[in-house]
Design a protein around this ligand. Sequence first.
Ligand code: NDP
Length: 490
Amino acid sequence: MKNKNKKLTTASGRPYYENEDSLTAGPRGPVLLQDYYLHEKLAHFNRERIPERIVHAKGTGAYGKFTVTQDITKYTKAKLFSKVGNECRVFVRFSTVGGEKGSADSERDPRGFAVKFYTEDGNWDLVGNNTPVFFIKDPKKFPDFIHTQKRDPRTNLKNPTMMWDYWSLNPESLHQVMILFSDRGTPYSYRHMNGYGSHTFSLINAKNERIWVKFHFKTRQGIKNFTGPEADEMKAKDLDWAQRDLVQAIDNKDFPKWTLKIQVMTDDQAKVFKWNPFDITKVWPHAEYPLMEVGVMELNEIPANYFADVEQSAFAPAHVVNGIGFSYDKMLQGRLLAYPDAHRYRLGVNYEQLPVNRSPFGVHNYQRDGYMRGDGNGGDNPNYWPNRFDDIEADKSYKEPSFKMDSNMADSYDRNENDDDHYSQPGNLFRKVMTDRERQNTVNNFVSSMKGIEGPKRMEIIHSQLSHFYKVDKELASSIAKGLGIEFKP
Ligand code: NDP
């Protein structure tokens, strides 16, 4: 039964008598300028869309809870992890990366996996992907890279020539490209994939000791992927499959769960690790840095309103809490700026006051004013510090240990110097981790995409990319060349 005890009103609350027939001079019009309700209705409709995210535009989200299952207090003093059994509410947004808001969920693409933990010490955002690595390791490259994943400036079409031109000139992308073109590039649903914090972060314990950490969410639903042809079929059948799957599962009380695990590395280990442990194109091998269980996350509530909570959700790797810190990872450092900046542009400077983004445990500072300030703006409390009137204190016990630097020489260091092994980790993935079937599917996926390379530079791009593949694995390169019907001489 509909609740009929609410009166229709204008936005300013005036009860209004008519929602369909405009005010007109005579039954056939014209429409009168004084029908304010009509203007307001049309004008608000015109402004319904906010800028879509440049990346991760198509997404879905759910609330849930995180429960701590193992004691990691020797590594972190984060309040959330202070006791086994601690629980906190979470909001998770899954997404594809390159497509627009209306694009298909089953596209070959990394998937965003962003988790907001509403902890007593503030909101902690772990803003990762379903892959443990990334295409580039310096944030200065990000806009160029993303342009290649978006639409061609002339044809407005996705353009494999742009993609492979860029990737073949940036072999640091190989590891992520290998994962992207394996069947993990087309997950069956958001429930059936892992999530990774991807960057190296730090954990800080009660003695103020810092240890490096990587975060992994392992799906408890099991990994399940589409093959390339299956993903294409789903794109044609149901553009919104992953959204539908998540909503249906949660509505049916089949709540998806992930186990949160960590890998840790001491500073001494970091110094002798054979790769740069702060390079986001590399993983830490499990055999050397074993996964340790930390907790379990369950998603159990689809937000009542998609726009309010999913579209307006704003995650930022900069949002860490006491006991969790950053690292030297250059991509992480770049994201510390870029994410809050994107939210200020898209949602406004007060984006953290929106209910989905707001810390439920209180926010106290001297930031005031700005567009859409909706929280009372600090009322009549002082808007400066120090002052003699309020009781807000900067608590020095929250200070992090200082960050050691290897060098204080400012320069644009070549990101590949001493760190140009782009090949062994993707090689391990291809040879040691993938099954025969996965290897074959990966080759087929590469061939199908690289067939789209066109134009006068076609052979140059293909040969350059095949030379990189050759360094990953000889058989990989020769199988792709065979699939493309070309002769490849390394
Ligand atoms: P392990 O054999 O211990 O682990 C392999 C990992 O690869 C597992 O986490 C598995 O995830 C994951 N995996 C399986 N197939 C794929 C795929 N097609 N794309 C991406 N990941 C996949 O090996 P190592 O730790 O020694 O790493 C070997 C290679 O495995 C790495 O070079 C890297 O490419 C990949 N990998 C490593 C990770 C790490 O953190 N060490 C994380 C993810 C991938 P699951 O167990 O959930 O099936």
